[in-house]
Design a binder for this molecule. Structure first.
Ligand SMILES: Nc1nc2c(c(=O)[nH]1)N[C@H]1C(S)=C(S)[C@@H](COP(=O)(O)OP(=O)(O)OC[C@H]3O[C@@H](n4cnc5c(=O)[nH]c(N)nc54)[C@H](O)[C@@H]3O)O[C@H]1N2
Ligand SMILES: Nc1nc2c(c(=O)[nH]1)N[C@H]1C(S)=C(S)[C@@H](COP(=O)(O)OP(=O)(O)OC[C@H]3O[C@@H](n4cnc5c(=O)[nH]c(N)nc54)[C@H](O)[C@@H]3O)O[C@H]1N2
Ligand code: SF4
Ligand SMILES: [Mo]
Length: 685
């Protein structure tokens, strides 16, 4: 067996170290955890162990294909040269007629977090202005909240939680979405620490917690403010921290003390007794860790809710404890791949025109002078996980050309003219950084590319060759530079940011990013210069938000669509990825959970087919009656319905209040999707 080391490049908290085993025939036969990785410690999730099935999946795209006519499903195999020539001629045409590539838009999703997943973007940047879909479907509101309150998005090493006495798990479901952190949570409890979970429903994570607090969707800001108000009344906030390390307290607290606490209890759905209990525990059990996940910020008031939680963390005096405080994310990864890649360029790079990923259909529609005519998707399944999907299809129908690079014929690939097959992390090399434990690692190549698959880097290189062949001098993106040579050219970056003088030092395993140089500063979340936490910030007003984290009520459902429809992340899949693997489909019922009283009123029985609909369309699922689900909420963990329609066809563009500062555009309030429900079985639509 030949053994190679890998870093799982999925958009996942864990960014695991993996070992690949390759047999004498050059086949990947097993993937296991890398026990040298100090965070993931030799263990993977079920998806990691299933990579062998993923890599050799019969549905894997292994050669370029083209469909004619558009949307027909009439695919035929084409050669790489033919596919790239079609793309290149289009690009050369734009450049000749307009002098730029603005009619070409790149949509890069978070399907792969390796540095080379930026290849296509840098190829385009090296040619001239183009159009780039930017923003985040994920955590934009939370990131901006951190930026406003702390001046940056950083968190401590997540294993530090172990040394705290109380953990507030707030809108996160790590038993499904960050499984390695469960080891820390379990140890924390073995050491006598307590864990409180704040969620809208009890999840698998709640089985590992001491207390479950049910909050109303979007009511987390109200809850944080209620707890904080109680601590002020009981005089248990940390006035020494507030005085020395914060600004804006007086304005904030004089507002908070004028608020009727009953309003906070009502909006949060958490009663006075429970609020007092949490406030007392935060005061008594120091240090306290707070882990806000992404669930609570997918709301129109999500950014504001995060700011209220930040304020509670700060005022409770936990920021300056060694391990307590806020654990959210290390946002370096957002900038990191860009920084690493651009560090290797000494030719001119152009800035793109930006369109918002959060509202791509509308943004493309509004994009004029010149309009977008050529869409290039990579590492994105926007037509399944994005917003306003049916209008996005209409936009694609208007394009002159759409190309998708992926591993499978996803809903996004299915509506493209050409699909190009990408390698997986076992078939190509890369550097991958995490956003949770903040380590950077090297991904080696275990096997030859499956079929004709090409890495993101090779695709950009071969497109560069094709462009220069058809139009000499068109593209300066290096045509032949090997991954190792790129890694060498990243050396100055690696030196400054990881403290190593050669990428080869990563061959032994992932290494942590160096902490930012902050003279005389303690290890804490506060990145603002001069290091003060901001209960009040005027920058929020520039973003259209109140200067302090005041109470903003969650959106109410309209009369016609009385149920909030939540599509949550499930343990066996990663967004839509891995959902086609037999090994991971054991319980793969396409079901929607509803409260028994709703079922009774509508005459729905367990397992009935139901129609979920709103003004955008309808989907069908089997009913699962579940008393833990509130009466006004429907929940699913499936991304597609019984007819393989993406459930997000019901997701319109509802923006979050924040997100525009860090990512350029607001985030998506996915959980403010409202629907109605009917019993029945409609003909396939
Ligand atoms: N296995 C697996 N792992 C994943 C992913 C995956 O799809 N599968 N996805 C990855 C990605 S892209 C992300 S962003 C992260 C997401 O991982 P998490 O941060 O854990 O986020 P979610 O699963 O979206 O939601 C977490 C919880 O928030 C709850 N929630 C919903 N609304 C509210 C609310 O208003 N208040 C509170 N307090 N809770 C609420 C939901 O019920 C859910 O249990 O996980 C990553 N890891
Ligand atoms: N309703 C609802 N919608 C949501 C969410 C929600 O909670 N509810 N969550 C949101 C969140 S948190 C996120 S992050 C987004 C995710 O949105 P997407 O990133 O669009 O979702 P994925 O399903 O992960 O799609 C990634 C695609 O990249 C492909 N891929 C993987 N590796 C590679 C590679 O190396 N090269 C190429 N070219 N392709 C590759 C995969 O096969 C997959 O098709 O979805 C958002 N959508
Ligand atoms: S999906 Fe996440 S937990 Fe699973 S192997 Fe990859 S990084 Fe690890
Ligand atoms: Mo995400």
């Amino acid at each position: 067996m030949r053994i190679t080391k890998h870093i799982c490049p999925r958009d996942c908290y864990d960014t695991c170290g993996m070992i690949a085993y390759v047999d004498e025939y050059g086949r990947l036969v097993k993937v296991s955890g890398d026990s040298d990785h100090d965070y993931t410690q030799g263990k993977l999730c079920c998806k990691g162990y299933a990579y062998t099935q993923y890599v050799y999946h019969p549905q894997r795209l292994t050669f370029p294909m083209m469909q004619e006519p558009r949307f027909s499903g009439n695919w035929k195999r084409i050669s790489w040269d033919d596919a790239l020539e079609i793309a290149a001629r289009k690009m050369i045409g734009f450049k000749k007629s307009l002098g730029n590539l603005l009619p070409m838009a790149l949509v890069r999703g978070p399907g792969n977090y390796g540095v080379f997943s930026k290849s296509m973007e840098f190829l385009l940047r090296s040619i001239g202005p183009f159009t780039l879909a930017t923003g985040s479907l994920c955590l934009a509101a939370g990131w901006d909240a951190q930026l406003l309150d702390f001046g940056g998005v950083k968190c401590k090493n997540p294993t530090g939680m172990l040394n705290t006495k109380l953990l507030l798990l707030w809108g996160a479901n790590p038993a499904a979405t960050a499984i390695h952190q469960m080891a820390t949570i379990q140890k924390l409890r073995e050491h006598g620490g307590r864990v409180i979970l704040i969620d809208i429903i009890p999840t698998t994570t709640s089985l590992h917690c001491d207390e479950f607090i049910r909050v109303r969707p979007g009511g987390d800001g109200a809850l944080a403010l209620a707890i904080l108000r109680q601590m002020v009344i009981k005089n248990t906030v940390d006035y020494s921290f507030i005085k020395d390390h914060s600004v804006g307290w007086e304005t904030f607290i004089s507002w908070l003390l004028r608020v009727d606490p009953k309003e906070l209890f009502n909006v949060s759905g958490v009663d006075e007794h429970k609020v007092e209990m949490i406030a007392d525990q935060i005061a008594k059990l120091k240090p306290v860790s707070f882990w806000p996940g992404s669930g609570l910020q997918r709301y129109a008031n999500g950014g504001q809710n995060m700011r209220a939680i930040d304020a509670l963390v700060a005022a409770s005096g936990n920021l300056y404890s060694t391990d307590g405080g806020l654990y959210f994310q290390n946002i370096d990864f957002w900038l990191l791949n860009h920084q690493i890649f651009s560090s290797a360029f000494n030719t001119q790079l152009y800035d793109p025109r930006l369109v918002g990923l959060n509202a791509l259909a509308k943004e493309l529609d509004a994009c004029q002078n010149p309009p977008v005519k050529f869409l290039w998707f990579t590492s994105s399944n926007y037509l399944a996980r994005g917003t306003d999907i049916l209008n996005m299809r209409k936009q694609i129908a208007e394009m002159e050309l759409t190309i998708t690079v992926d591993h499978f014929l996803t809903p996004t690939a299915e509506v493209s003219d050409i699909v190009l097959p990408a390698t997986t992390c076992f078939e190509s090399q890369d550097i991958v950084a995490g956003y949770w434990h903040n380590k950077v690692g090297l991904n080696q190549q275990a096997i030859k590319p499956v079929g004709e698959c090409r890495s993101e880097l090779e695709i950009a290189q071969s497109l560069s060759r094709m462009l220069n062949h058809l139009q000499p001098g068109m593209c300066s993106f290096p045509e032949e530079r090997k991954p190792e040579e790129w890694f060498q050219s990243f050396t100055p970056w690696l030196k400054n940011n990881v403290g190593i003088s050669n990428y080869r030092e990563l061959l032994n395993g992932a290494l942590p990013l160096l902490p930012p140089v902050q003279e005389g500063r303690r290890d804490c979340n506060i990145n603002t210069l001069p290091g003060k936490y901001k209960f009040l910030t005027l920058k929020a007003i520039e973003l259209g938000c109140p200067e302090i984290p005041i109470l903003i009520n969650p959106l109410e459902p309209p009369l016609a669509y009385p149920y909030r429809f939540l599509v949550l992340h499930r343990a066996e899949h990663l967004n839509t990825q891995f959902s086609n693997l037999d090994w991971l489909q054991e319980n793969d019922l396409i079901e929607v959970w509803l409260n028994p009283s709703v079922a009774l009123r509508l005459g729905i029985e367990e397992g009935d087919a139901v129609i979920i609909y709103n003004e955008l369309g309808e989907i069908q699922m089997y009913s699962k009656i579940n008393k833990d689900v509130p009466c006004d909420i429907l929940i699913t963990y499936s991304w597609q319905d019984l007819f393989k329609k993406p459930v997000n066809i019901l997701t319109k563009v509802q923006e979050t209040d924040l997100g525009q500062k860090l990512t350029g555009f607001p985030g998506v309030a996915y959980h403010d999707t409202f629907v109605n429900l009917a019993r029945g079985w409609k003909e396939k639509v």
